[in-house]
Design a protein around this ligand. Structure first.
Ligand code: P6P
Length: 348
């Protein structure tokens, strides 16, 4: 019993950590801390459903489709509602936008109109993997509102550059459920301990290795990508003991799972533009920007192949961008090949 109590006393829960770190924000009034706690609660609710997905009649596609034209999986819709309800009733944001809804929500309650933040999220990224029991994730991004406190949120609140984020994170529903977030003071990871229903600090001050031996890309699209990307992937496959090549190809088809593995082990994830989709597939505001914030805070890089993701000025809520994200040296190398080979391709 004493050993258990001693172990329990060394546990730092997400709520305790957030409150401790609130001092990082000299003018913090606790609103951001409460918002992060609300997200943690919503994640536990989603986690409960995701873990039971195979057992309840929640599998299978909804008749409805989302703004992306993708068939909405029931869990997507559930996760979207859980997060919207948590932040709406938590009262810490004046509005929210998500992959599942064409327009943003402006919460017209007295408390929300007075709040300082807005949130954007992908409630369940990788949901096509739900039926095959592969890890999926929630991704979120928090900004200070641009609109005046007391007014309703407006579209400009949701079209800020990633560099303006005040917090970002993801939850991965995998062999364990983890919440990883940053508020611009490093990256910390919390693992859900089901026996106490708490996210507990398990990965303090996460740093991504500057180099890695893993590359993640859907190689089925490779010959529709630019010459620079093709050359980089070929380079990863070459046999060169001095540089530990060939690298390992790992592609789960779930961005959060691929990103999380690369964050811990080192690696690069690439979803480039293709002939069919020059802007790629991933969404700038609620997939690329939050992961870019985390990658940079952990010592990595995130670009669109040429410029920093967090410098891109969004023009519409669901716009896409190519994404090159992960270990600093790997992103820099693919940049070199894009600069060398894509320019040559354009000249030809
Ligand atoms: P593809 C899932 O739909 C997702 O948005 C990411 O989670 C994942 O990395 C990517 O798309 C997979 O896309 O075209 O390779 O199947």
């Amino acid at each position: 019993m004493w050993r258990y109590l001693r172990a329990m006393s060394s546990i730092v829960t997400l709520s305790e950590f957030i409150m401790e770190r609130q001092a990082d924000f000299p003018y913090a009034s606790g609103d951001l801390s409460r918002l992060l706690a609300d997200i943690g609660i919503a994640s536990k609710i989603v986690n409960h459903k995701v873990n039971k997905a195979g057992l309840q009649d929640i599998l299978g596609a909804m008749e409805s489709t989302n703004v992306q034209g993708e068939t909405q999986m029931k869990l997507d819709v559930f996760a979207d509602q859980a997060l919207l309800n948590a932040v709406r009733w938590g009262g810490q944001v004046c509005g929210a936008a998500s992959e599942e809804n064409e327009r943003y929500f402006a919460f017209d309650t007295e408390t929300c109109r007075k709040s300082k933040y807005v949130i954007l999220f992908d409630p369940l990224d990788g949901s096509s993997n739900i039926d095959v029991n592969v890890s999926i994730g929630t991704i979120f991004s928090v900004f200070r509102r641009k609109s005046s406190v007391g007014d309703l949120a407006n579209v400009n609140d949701f079209l800020q550059r990633g560099a303006e984020q005040v917090a970002a994170g993801y939850v991965i529903y995998g062999s364990s459920t983890m919440l990883v977030y940053t508020t611009g003071h490093g990256v910390n990871g919390f693992t859900l301990e089901p026996s106490i229903g708490e996210f507990c600090l398990s990965h303090e001050n996460m740093r991504i290795p500057e180099d890695g031996k893993i590359y993640s890309i859907n190689e089925g699209n490779l010959y529709t990508c630019s010459k620079g990307v093709q050359t980089y992937v070929d380079w990863c496959r070459q046999n060169d003991k001095k540089t530990s090549r060939p690298y390992s190809a790992r592609y789960i088809g779930s961005l959060v799972a691929d990103f999380h593995r690369n964050l811990i082990k080192g690696g690069i994830y690439i979803y480039p533009g293709t002939e069919k989709n020059p802007e790629g597939k991933l969404r700038l505001q609620y997939e690329c920007n939050p992961l870019a914030f985390i990658a940079e805070q952990a010592g990595g890089l995130a670009t669109d192949g040429k410029q920093r993701i967090m410098d891109l000025q969004p023009k519409e809520l669901h716009q896409r961008t190519p994404l090159f994200i992960g270990s600093k040296n790997m992103v820099e190398r693919v940049h070199q090949m894009i600069a060398e080979y894509d320019q040559a391709e354009i000249k030809n």
